[in-house]
Design a protein around this ligand. Structure first.
Ligand code: ATP
Length: 672
């Protein structure tokens, strides 16, 4: 294949900007009511019987105090008629009965309250189970990676997760708390009706009006503070990150050794204050002064009701007076937070809205993802049966991570022939990993296209295409699971056992496994009984086995990003000889032609590849096989010799050290 040297074409015109989002069309009322209705609707996930039973209990618990008021009013009335000169026949017996009932009502409240709390907790947990499922569906959807890296989406995700980590209130708590809240309103209405009946309708209306005004003040303050809280999402994420840093053993180990603990403590302090100061200021603003105002309103309203009662006092008997004075206290309690429902509904409903925004961003088919829903789960025969095959081509691909960041790929052209091995080499930051992220459809090209067998990758569901690939990134995942789970990432059948063994052997990980107490069942973490942590190089072999296992399961393209970064020199050389040679993965591929792509910044190691591509500044500057590239004496030759010379200095020269076609390098003291 001829060696080519590429020049960049002119940069493309800026990508068209997405249209600005249209202003929300919902009315203010709908905006306020929407979250409440959605929270209410969540109750169906707790089970109709449980919700109905708990509702009845909540209503009973809120009406029992009214019953107590009436009964105690009756007691007041009966006391003078039960003793002394004004005693009336039968009054004493009635007094005993009413007193017993009043005590019974009080005891019932005490007994039922813990039961109510338990039932509400159960409802909350059932609703949260449903919501956690929704979070998982959103985060494990096939949304483009760019969305999962979007700072706004990460902030929303952090908020949604915080609720389920019990750092904030959850949607389940909000839904459950609505039942006692309804009970509170039933109680205040009941108390106002009592006052209206025993004193006058004016007093009843005054009482209800005062209660509702106080309530509006309390909840209004909470929702204004909720908006402030929402605005601090990014800062909360930063604070949470530093807090997490402070308790992550691996990181604190490094921080300790470097003597950075004071720095970490100070950083935690400054980040926490950056979150808390606006919260404190917000609290003062939305709670303190309005609290004084609403306190005065309660005083005026309460005094007005009292005045009406006093004016009517001569017409009121002891029963009416007792009931009126006690009932007046119920609405006055509307001036403070309800501990069983206010924080729960305020922050729990905000968590629910975060969850909904997350779904809007990430769930396939939802507006904003631009992602067609996939078919077939990981490794299913359906996904692989419809797998696109053929030559993979990058055609003048331009890419940047966001509209404001610099171009990473600048007109990259690349061809991957089926059944061949390609090495992509280049210096740090050249765009090699980005190239394979695009190949894997984690991102889509900003301009240009990638085709497979002539079909634009964009038109294929990402998950179906990804089933054709087996890919290990340089920052591969390390799961605190068994070796077998780390390799297969799926429940294994008897059929898989052979593929697992072959993958471990082909990756050279079988030697690692042989040294483990429980063989492939050993958990790869020292934190478990019989578990064992591995060295970096041993982990890398396990990750390689994972990639090879997917090949055994039917994937046709093997992509390895810096697969030898943690291997020793001998293992690295052996790896490249094995994986880039023809038929390298036959042992796991069962004779199918496998296209392999290896990324490396080590020019001296990719010699066996059928095709070597040199990437610089996001474009291919040279390509060919090793001999062709050396003969040209360009960038590859220059960097190959530079790196090979270092090997030589280490006493380990590559086999073809005497290089021809790069006289300038040789003159400069290269190989002789
Ligand atoms: N998620 C991201 N968001 C924004 N910029 C990114 C992201 N990932 C990479 N970049 C930028 O893209 C450029 C190319 O990175 P890439 O990882 O593709 O390089 P590379 O050739 O693989 O480098 P290396 O050999 O160091 O792994 C870098 O400048 C990097 O800062």
């Amino acid at each position: 294949m001829p060696t080519t040297t590429r020049e960049p074409s002119a940069p493309p015109a800026p990508a068209p900007r997405a249209p600005a989002p249209r202003p929300a069309t919902w009315g203010a009322l709908a905006r306020r009511a929407g979250p409440w209705l959605r929270g209410w609707a969540l109750l169906r996930h707790a089970g109709a019987g449980l919700v109905a039973g708990t509702s009845v209990l909540c209503l009973a618990l809120s009406l029992l105090p009214l019953a107590t008021i009436v009964l105690l009013g009756r007691v007041l009335y009966l006391v003078p008629h039960s003793f002394g000169r004004e005693a009336v026949a039968g009054a004493w017996e009635q007094l005993l009965l009413v007193l017993t009932l009043a005590i019974g009502a009080l005891v019932a409240q005490q007994v039922v309250a813990p039961l109510q709390a338990g039932l509400l907790e159960t409802i909350g947990r059932r609703v949260d189970r449903h919501c956690v499922g929704r979070v998982l569906r959103a985060t494990t959807s096939h949304a483009p990676l760019s969305l999962l890296e979007d700072p706004d989406v990460l902030g929303i995700l952090a908020d949604a997760r915080a609720a389920f980590d019990r750092q904030s209130r959850s949607p389940g708590e909000a839904a459950a708390a609505m039942l006692p809240l309804v009970g509170r309103y039933a109680q205040v209405v009941g108390a106002s009706i009592l006052v209206a009946v025993v004193v006058s309708p004016v007093a009843g209306v005054l009482l209800l009006g005062t209660a509702l005004a106080l309530r509006a003040g309390v909840r209004g303050g909470m929702s204004r503070f909720g908006a402030i809280w929402d605005g601090l999402t990014a800062q909360r994420r930063r604070t949470g990150y530093v807090r997490q840093l402070a308790i992550t053993p691996d990181i604190t180990k490094e921080v300790r050794v470097l003597g950075l603990l004071p720095w970490l403590r100070e950083r935690l302090r400054t980040e926490s204050l950056a979150q808390l100061r606006p919260e404190w200021a917000g609290r003062r603003r939305v709670f303190f002064l309005p609290f004084v105002g609403y306190g005065l309103l309660g005083l005026v309203g309460g005094s007005a009701v009292l005045a009406v009662v006093v004016l009517d006092a001569q017409d009121l008997d002891l029963f009416a007076l007792g009931v009126a004075l006690q009932a007046m206290m119920v609405p006055m309690r509307f001036g403070v937070h309800f501990p069983e429902s206010d924080l729960q509904t305020q922050y729990g409903l905000q968590s629910l809205e975060s969850l909904r925004r997350l779904e809007a961003h990430l769930v396939p088919g939802a507006p904003g993802t631009g992602e067609p829903a996939g078919t077939g789960g990981p490794g299913t025969s359906e996904a692989l049966a419809h797998a696109p095959t053929g030559v993979v081509r990058f055609e003048d691909v331009w890419f940047r991570y966001s509209a404001s960041s610099p171009w990473v790929l600048q007109g990259l052209d690349l061809t991957l022939e089926p059944g061949t091995s390609t090495a992509i080499v280049g210096l740090n930051g050249a765009g090699k990993t980005t190239t394979i992220k695009l190949l894997a459809r984690l991102y889509t090209p900003t301009r240009g296209r990638i085709t497979v067998g002539g079909v634009d990758l964009r038109t294929l569901p990402a998950d179906r295409w990804q089933r054709c690939l087996s890919l290990i990134f340089q920052d591969y995942a390390r799961f605190e699971l068994s070796v077998a789970d780390n390799v297969t990432l799926a429940p294994t059948s008897q059929d898989d056992q052979g593929a697992l063994d072959a993958a471990l052997r082909a990756a050279g990980a079988h030697l690692v496994v042989d040294g483990l107490d429980d063989g492939p069942s050993t958990v790869l973490s020292g934190g478990y009984a019989k578990g064992r942590d591995l060295s970096g190089g041993q982990w890398q072999r396990v990750a390689l086995a994972r990639a090879l296992f997917q090949i055994a399961r039917g994937a046709q393209i093997l992509v390895l990003d810096e697969p030898t970064a943690q291997l020793d020199v001998t293992a690295e050389a052996e790896f490249f000889e094995r994986f880039l040679a023809p038929g390298a993965v036959d042992a796991v591929a069962d004779g199918r032609p496998i296209t392999s792509v290896v990324i490396s910044h080590r020019f001296s190691t990719v010699r066996p590849a059928d095709h070597i591509v040199v990437v610089e500044h996001g474009r291919v500057v040279e390509e060919g096989n090793h001999d062709e590239l050396l003969a040209v004496g360009g960038r590859y030759a220059e960097l190959f010799v530079l790196q090979a010379r270092r090997f030589r200095a280490d006493g380990d020269p590559p086999a073809d050290a005497p290089v021809v076609g790069i006289p300038d390098v040789i003159d400069a003291g290269g190989f002789s």
